[in-house]
Write a protein that binds this ligand. Sequence first.
Ligand code: ADP
Ligand code: MG
Length: 246
Amino acid sequence: MSVLQLRNISKSFGAIRALTDVNLTLEPGEVLGLMGDNGAGKSTLVKIMAGNFPPTTGDIMLEDGPVVFHQPVEARRKGIEIVYQDLALCNNLSAAANVFLGREIKRRFGPFNILDFRAMYEQAGQLFGELKSETRPHDLVRRMSGGQRQAVAISRTRLSNPKVVLLDEPTAAISVRQVAEVLDLIRRLRDQGICVVLISHRMPDVFSVCDRVFVLRRGRKVAEKPIADSSPEEVTGLITGAIHAA
Ligand SMILES: Nc1ncnc2c1ncn2[C@@H]1O[C@H](COP(=O)(O)OP(=O)(O)O)[C@@H](O)[C@H]1O
Ligand SMILES: [Mg+2]
């Protein structure tokens, strides 16, 4: 039984056709590498899974049947979390505050609901610990490296106990050493039984952490196969069009 299935998904933005007839199946506990050139439709595809906008046509199937998402909170309730390419963190806040941004823990204090900072800092510390990240809850995001920011954004997805985590180019703008840290975070998510979709341009990342690779070219699927049955050369060919399909 698959965790999530996209069936014949197409998406147009006005006259621009971003996706055409895409089918995708996510199996339990797998890391899927989503690859394609700039403009191939990768971000559009994960945004559809995350409920940012509905497809123009096509269906999203979860384990318990078809779903229609009108906003991200609906996808989140069904166990689908996303980390956007720009991360959407607040630089002037602490790591813990960013984890709980918009999902703050509150407690009763007489007639008032007040923010429970102690609980949030404690839980954030626990989440960073589980991901074996060195990030500390009180650290300011402004002072963090790109890799640590990813750790904060990824920890945030764990709040809802998700089934699927979608990562849009998490290793695009960080140093080599931090890339290794982020790939470790992805392995830890997988070890917790979470399905990960990793969008990346970096062939070594995809070949070191993914179980399967999915390639989009100009909004169409040109390959979906086990990583062991492919090679960086083949994937490069599929991305550029030198290889038609595989
Ligand atoms: N909100 C939008 N409005 C109009 N066009 C969009 C929008 N989002 C994406 N597109 C277009 O859809 C195509 C696919 O974009 P995108 O999914 O961002 O590609 P990728 O993430 O693979 O680089 C591009 O031609 C892009 O310009
Ligand atoms: Mg993109």
